[in-house]
Structure formats: C-alpha cells, structure tokens
Write a protein that binds this ligand. Structure first.
Ligand code: TXA
Ligand code: MG
Length: 345
C-alpha cells in the first residue's frame, strides 16, 4: 500500500466522537461516514486541497466529480444556484437518497467538481451523517468509500477492508439501509429531469411528484467509443468482481432452468432469489426474495464483494433484474458488474 495513515475506527460513535470527526474534517482530514445509501469518504468541500486526498485514497481519476452533502436542503442556495424543480424535489425527497445537479457557486472549488460548472447536492438522512454535517457547518464532499472499481461499501467491515491505512477516521453506522448509491437527477430549463443514475428514489416516485423524467443513455446501455455520460462516473468499470458475471435474461423459470446444469459446481456461483429451484444448491447465493427488490438492493454489493475472496469461482450467473421501482437501479449496477454481458434464455 503506497500510503499508510493511522486510521481511528469508531464503533457506535458518540456526540464527542462526532465533534472530533468534525474537527478532523475542518482541518482537511478524511473521514469515512455511514449514510443510508452506502458509506461515504468525506472531506471538507470548501478546501480546494482536500478533494485530491480523496482521489488518492480511492485510486480514483480526478475528473470524476464529488457530491457535496448538506445538513439541510435550505443550505443549497449558498453553494449552488437552485431552481423551482430543486425546491419541489427537496420538499418531496430530502433528506434522503437523492442527488441533484445544479450550477455551482464560486465557493465550491474546481477540485471538488472535476472542473465542471455544476455541483451535485445531496442531504443524507442517516442520523450520524446528518449530525456530523450539522456539527461541521460546511458541506462535506464524499464519494462512495470504496477503492475505485470495487463495489461501494455498505458495512463498516467493507470500509475497513478498502480504507484502513488510507483515511484518518472510520465511523461505524451499521449496515446501510438502502445499499445502492443515491438517485442522481439533472433538472432541465423546462422543469423536466434527466436521470443520470437510478437509485431508491425511483422514476415512478419522481413521476408521481409531477416530473417528466428521461433516462441518460448510460443508465441502461453501454456507451459507444467517444460517447460521454452526463455523470462522468458512469463511464468507469464498476462493481465488478474478479470472476466473470453473466446475466441471464428471460422468464424466471427459464433462468432457473439455465442455472440447473451448473448446480454445485465449485468454479461457478449462482446468484438467485429465495425459493428459486437452484436456491438449495451448494454454490447458490440468495440475493433476496423475488418480489423484495429493496432486500435485493441491500444485499447486492455485499454479495459481489464476497466473491473476491473465493478464488476458485471463475464464473457467476445472475438473473437480469426487471426495471420496476428500485429494480432499475439493480439492473444498472448488475449490467456494470457484468460488463453488459447478457445471455437470452
Ligand atoms: O449515495 C451516494 O450518492 C453516495 C453517498 C456517499 O452519498 N455517494 C456516491 O458518490 O455514490 P460517488 O462519487 O461514488 O458517485 C457520484 C456520482 C459519479 O457518477 C459522478 O460522476 C456524479 O455523481 N457527479 C458528481 N458531480 C456531478 C456533476 N456536477 N455532474 C454530473 N455528475 C456528477
Ligand atoms: Mg462510487
């Protein structure tokens, strides 16, 4: 490991611990923070020299902008130019797993936004994240707290695995409630939204609030050479375990039938739903109940990470999720984990 920092790990942080964490952030330190979506790797968003430390700790390309996290949506106006769509989104969904792209104000350094004229704004609902940001009194820039290319971290054990020795402090806040990163939207001039990354605030929920939503192409398809996603981070290889992931597309029965020949094989893992016919195989890994997409979302990254320590597995079969509700977010993360490798069955 190129950098070794003495990392303080704090289990069930107290108010005093959060005050220490806020002091660290104020002076440019790196603190891993639990949120309701995934763990974040926080720095002071107003210090231009802080963001490069995050990129270094993650091994992340520095053209990939960071989300700034606020204690209250009403603070957004200080750091970004808000709009009517933002106010409506804030009323409906903040605090919560939604990130909104807005034109940035000058106080947000270019190192945070990767040189873009816009900034991503989110108000997390996790009580530890919320209290910490409130104590800071400045926005906290935070990407997901994983090494670049690995699945995001949803437990303190994942964070320790990826970040120990690379950050000043890790705050434990239990397993992330949602398990997938926030929904990202870009409001357009006409008040409609472009969905840059699907998450727990679903297209259906946004439409219910009266928004017209279009999907950035990168959400559902591999981009061609030269095409740019609206969220720069969507272009990177992500979430992929070392083993090859193959998504099976078809009726639930056909998918199970396609997996049966690989039952109990040591070189193959089968990601399946509870009650699938293959669920009792020794190489099956249950993602969750078939209709419980929330449960599947919560388990996905932990499952994908677990394969990296099982070196005998070279191939992973998984069902292609449908796109209903948070299913679209599962679909998007699975596609990336599989490098868009889909087999029709
Ligand atoms: O749930 C989450 O959003 C977590 C927690 C920690 O809040 N954070 C997270 O951050 O997922 P990160 O850095 O892993 O992903 C941020 C995504 C990237 O795809 C990035 O390209 C995009 O947001 N993004 C950030 N600023 C942007 C901007 N100004 N315009 C377009 N996309 C932006
Ligand atoms: Mg990330």
């Amino acid at each position: 490991m190129e950098q070794t920092i003495n990392t303080k790990i704090v289990y069930t942080p107290t108010e005093d611990d959060l005050i220490s964490a806020a002091d660290l952030l104020r002076t440019g330190g790196l603190v891993a923070i639990p949120t309701e979506t995934v763990y974040g790797l926080g720095v002071n968003a107003l210090l231009s020299e802080a963001a490069p430390k995050v990129y270094a700790a993650k091994g992340r390309p520095s053209d990939n902008p960071l989300i700034i996290h606020l204690a209250d949506a009403a603070d957004a106006e200080r750091y970004a130019i808000t709009c009517d769509a933002f106010d409506r989104l804030a009323t409906a969904f903040m605090p919560g797993p939604l990130t909104v792209i807005l034109p940035k104000r000058d106080c947000i350094p270019d190192s945070v936004t990767g040189g873009l004229a816009t900034v991503a704004v989110r108000v997390p609902s996790h009580p530890i994240a919320h209290r910490l940001i409130e104590l800071c009194g400045f926005p906290v820039a935070a990407p997901s707290a994983n090494l670049s290319g690995r699945p995001s971290t949803t437990t303190v054990e994942h964070v320790i695995e990826d970040m120990k020795g690379r950050v000043d402090m890790i705050l434990d806040g239990g397993a992330s409630d949602i398990g997938l990163e926030s929904t990202i939207v870009l409001p357009k001039e006409d008040g409609s939204l472009v969905l840059l990354r699907p998450g727990a605030i679903t297209v259906e929920m946004l439409e219910e609030e009266g928004f017209t939503v279009t999907l950035d192409k990168a959400v559902t398809a591999r981009l061609q050479e030269g095409e740019q996603p609206l969220a720069p981070g969507m272009k990177y290889r992500h979430y992929a375990p070392r083993a090859r992931v193959i998504l099976l597309s078809g009726e639930r029965e056909s998918v199970q039938a396609a997996m049966e020949p690989y039952r109990d094989r040591a070189d193959t893992a089968l990601i399946c739903y509870a009650d699938d016919t293959v669920a009792d195989a020794s190489n099956a890994r249950v993602l969750g109940a078939f209709e419980r997409r929330d449960e599947q979302a919560r388990n996905l990254f932990d499952l994908l990470r677990s394969f990296d320590s099982q070196t005998e597995i070279t191939r992973i079969y998984a069902p292609l999720p449908d796109r209903k509700g948070i299913g679209l977010a599962l679909f998007n993360r699975m596609l990336k984990a599989a490098g868009y490798d889909i087999e029709e069955v």
